[in-house]
Design a binder for this molecule. Structure first.
Ligand code: PLP
Length: 402
């Protein structure tokens, strides 16, 4: 690689975030390409056997095999690390691969983890089903209650795991308070920052040790590729994450990393425009329904915490139809612009009935306990014209008899 301006941290760390999103991490090959090159290669060749040995020993810098590192993936990882304020990023094939790697690379049989109970269905499955199979004890708590986190601490607690805002309830967890609690007992705090995005919230600035994303969401943001990333400090990476990552093979494909790099260039602009639409939609729906959740609304339950750790309310609006599943289905089936789907963070608005789809892996009791009710609609606000979105939702509410 020839031109490394994008990887010179002393320069890139002085750039504004928007410039970082467009340029940080870029490397240029001998062909002087403008766009980042897509290195669609599984392995790399060596000048001679000595060079191969030196690269494997780590005595000589360079790539060896794309399960470990690849130039296109490395560009994406270093752009994300800079944006997040992390030393290192390891990009994975999906968001769930990132969450799984972040937890399993560190926890051992006999350890204990505390997780917030309001979480994406598969993250709950990791805590409820997977970790206990390997002798890792888990406790799920109401993440909004600091007393509940504290009461769950045991002598063998090694990790705390949370999503804030949570999918789909938008419950917020005080990152700094939980980080302080974790650090007081020598444990690590892992934050799934998917709903907030790095545009609106930086968990490491509030004490988080490890931040994970499904890059499938706002980072790609155009519904094309799956991906994930784990961000952490150098020590955690060297001792725990990288050995797990390279030997278990959860790497992101170079093609997906190339798409994610393109996504990052527009992420700040997209997320802010989606937030404008979300503010507008939340205000309009709040005139029709009682249970509407978005941090921009005066009725939002945790306004101080939202203001403390998020710069804006986010792109997700949650509302509950009083008539339960039947009314929710009528509403969804009447939408004319908005799609019924289970992704989020896309430029196209998406409405999801979490009860029957994304959170169905949880028992009925567990869904009700975290607030995923049969009437709940998770609305991922896209980039369409805001007035069109409001009109579409209003006519669908009419059709559902709200
Ligand atoms: C909060 C949250 N975490 C993790 C994931 C998992 O991401 P992926 O689908 O890319 O595996 C999702 C996906 O919906 C999510 O919403």
């Amino acid at each position: 690689m020839k031109h490394r301006a994008g990887t010179d941290k002393s320069l890139t760390s002085t750039w504004a975030r928007q410039t970082q999103m467009v340029r940080a991490g870029s490397m240029r090959s001998n062909f002087d390409e403008m766009g980042e090159a897509l290195f669609l290669t599984s392995a790399f060749a060596y000048e001679n056997a000595e060079e191969a040995e030196a690269r494997f020993d780590g005595r000589k810098e360079g790539f060896t095999y794309s399960r470990q590192t690849n130039p296109t993936v490395a560009m994406f990882e270093s752009r994300m690390a800079l944006l997040e304020g992390a030393d290192v990023g390891r990009a994975t094939g999906t968001g769930m691969a990132a969450m799984t790697a972040a937890l399993l690379c560190y926890l051992r049989s006999g350890d204990h983890i505390i997780g917030a109970r309001a979480a994406f269905g598969s993250c709950r499955w990791l805590m409820d089903e997977l970790l206990p199979r390997y002798g890792i004890e888990t406790t799920v708590v109401d993440g909004t209650s600091l007393d509940a986190w504290k009461a769950a601490i045991r002598p063998n607690t090694r990790m705390f795991f949370m999503e804030t805002p949570a999918n789909p309830t938008l419950d917020l967890v005080d990152i700094q308070a939980v980080a302080d609690m974790a650090h007081a007992v020598g444990a690590k705090l892992v934050v799934d920052n998917v709903f907030a995005t790095p545009v609106l919230q930086l968990p490491m600035a509030h004490g988080a040790d490890i931040v994970c994303y499904s890059t499938t969401k706002h980072i790609d943001g155009q519904g094309r590729c799956l991906g994930g990333i784990v961000l952490c400090d150098k020590e955690f990476d060297e001792k725990h994450l990288y050995p797990f990552y390279r030997h278990t093979g959860c790497a992101m494909s170079p093609f997906n990393a190339w798409v994610m790099l393109k996504g990052l260039e527009t992420m700040g602009i997209r997320v802010n425009a989606m937030c404008d639409n979300a503010d507008k939609l939340a205000a309009a729906v709040a005139e029709r329904l009682e249970d509407v959740r978005h941090p921009s609304l005066a009725r939002f339950k945790q306004p101080e915490l939202a203001a403390k750790q998020m710069s804006r309310g986010g792109t997700m609006v949650i509302f509950c139809l009083p008539g339960g599943r039947d009314q929710a289905f009528k509403f969804l089936n009447a939408l004319q612009i908005v799609d019924i789907s289970n992704n989020l963070g896309d430029s196209r608005s998406i409405a999801t009935h979490c009860w029957s789809t994304t959170h169905k892996a949880l028992s009925e009791e567990a869904r009700l306990e975290v607030g995923v009710t049969p009437g709940l609609i998770r609305f991922s606000v896209g980039l369409e014209d805001g007035d069109d979105l409001v009109k579409d939702v209003m006519q669908a509410l009419d059709a559902a008899g709200v």
